[in-house]
Design a protein around this ligand. Structure first.
Ligand SMILES: [Zn+2]
Length: 145
């Protein structure tokens, strides 16, 4: 992960759309799957513990824990999907959404990434988007691709 920019948290609730293309390799996909399985295993352990009830007695306690853990896994799935989207880190050139002119990027792999945050039905999910700066407009934008 590249964190070259300060964490400017942006709250937005609009549908950002995205690309149907994936930017991650099959190897990376497998790695993320394994990481998800590990997180799901930790969620199971936090629910059941080593004794099958982990201190949860009432139905409300059980429901609260299960919902919290499930929500966290839901957010994780969404974040993984958003980060795999090609628009998270577009290619060498894109158009400025303000002036429409081309905005080249000599080294797209070095593009600044900004952490974004979106409110979902299961809490806030975070993901990254590559930023581009239009020298004509002097504005930073996030290519929708
Ligand atoms: Zn521009």
């Amino acid at each position: 992960m590249r964190w070259r920019q300060s964490f400017a948290m942006v709250i937005f609730t609009i549908d950002q759309g995205g690309s149907a293309m994936s930017r991650i390799t099959p190897r990376e996909l497998l790695k993320r799957r394994e990481e998800f399985q590990e997180e799901a295993g930790r969620a199971f352990d936090q629910m059941l513990g080593s004794d099958g009830h982990n201190g949860l007695v009432t139905f409300a306690q059980r429901e609260d824990r299960a919902c919290d853990l499930g929500d966290a896994l839901t957010r994780r799935l969404l974040e993984d999907h958003l980060e795999a989207d090609e628009s998270a880190d577009p290619g060498a050139c894109c158009d400025c959404p303000i002036c429409g002119g081309p905005v080249p990027c000599e080294e797209p792999e070095e593009a600044e990434l900004e952490k974004r945050e979106v409110q979902t039905r299961r809490g806030k999910a975070q993901f990254e988007r590559a930023a581009r700066r239009c020298s004509r407009c002097r504005r930073i934008f996030f290519p929708p691709r």
